[in-house]
Design a protein around this ligand. Sequence first.
Ligand SMILES: *Cc1c(COP(=O)(O)O)cnc(C)c1O
Length: 389
Amino acid sequence: MESRYDIDGRMGSKTVTMLKTLLPYDPPRWAQGLKNIPKTMIPLSPRGDDKVRMINPWNLPGFPKQFEVFIRREDATGAAISGNKVRKLEFLLADAIEKGCKHVITCGGIQSNHCRITALAARELGMTPHLVLRADIESEADVGCEGNVLLNRMCGAHMYMVPKLSPYLTELKPRMEKLAESIREKTGEESYLIPVGGSNTLGVFGFLTVFEEMLPCIPWITDIVVACGSGGTVGGLCIANHLTGSKVKVHAVIVCDDAKYFHNHVNETLSELGLTDVQSEEILDIIEGYKGRGYGLSTEEELEFIMDIGASTGVILDPTYTGKAVRGLVSELQNNPHRFRGNQILFIHTGGTFGLFDGRINHLLKQRNTPNSSQIHIWTDMDDFINPS
Ligand SMILES: *Cc1c(COP(=O)(O)O)cnc(C)c1O
């Protein structure tokens, strides 16, 4: 397999790159001593537009006045291929291309953002996506077309429904391996397996890159807060924070599992990167208590919160990760302010908006009646008086 498969075309005097290019990866200076550094990456998100990468003040309601809250939009890195998983896939899919794989297999919940982004990006790069999805679904007809599933269908992803409570190591991983084997038998083609959430050592480099991009803003940030589901995102951030000697405190609001699980995950990553002088417990604050009814499930209060934030700031949070994380952030700022290193707080929006399109919030939106909620007018005659109260 050639490592470059771009075509340069001519438009006037400008050279335009027509296809995606596998780029050699050069880690930031502070990461050059690590083990297992990837050799290539493939840009999936729009680059060169610093506006979407900037840190902006966020007029989030309800936090104590001594704090200032900022937001970075990792959700706004593209249209359908958007969110934090993009950053991991830039390394993972480069590896898949280098290995000459024709298929990509990954797994997650039925509304997994990671699976949706992987499927779309795999198609964009000419590979066939296979998704092993956790859901209690008995027949094909029950799968529906909602939220992320609509986009999975739009790009022709193969979807395999498995019992909702399947654990990763004993159920999902062996099933992905079995699938790869049967694809190989049937087609002679190789598959690339991506673990749940894309959280392995390669994926972590995506968030070392994000930290490097944020470095100019880091001196005036005291705390970074991010949602955590498989640990790769926060792992990358706290490791970069440690390596750069930045004095930021990194906090993860977890939406599943527990603190011990994520510290173990980050400790494994540290050892795979050859960092033996530091422990996750010293570089990462894990915030528990905001899972609500459990992974992927919402309470009415959580959905009300998401609607409030949307209507007061124009930022749309997702029900599974960022909605819970920001709720946790506001509550900790109110009730536990000393948990933070200072008062300049950065929240990284990790995406997931399509999860809102699965119908769960519709009935609440329709009956909502707050000062800033939608007003619907049936305006038949132009001359009628409208009272846009
Ligand atoms: C996956 C995901 C997260 C969590 O990231 P991890 O690296 O898996 O911990 C946060 N927000 C959104 C929207 C996600 O899809």
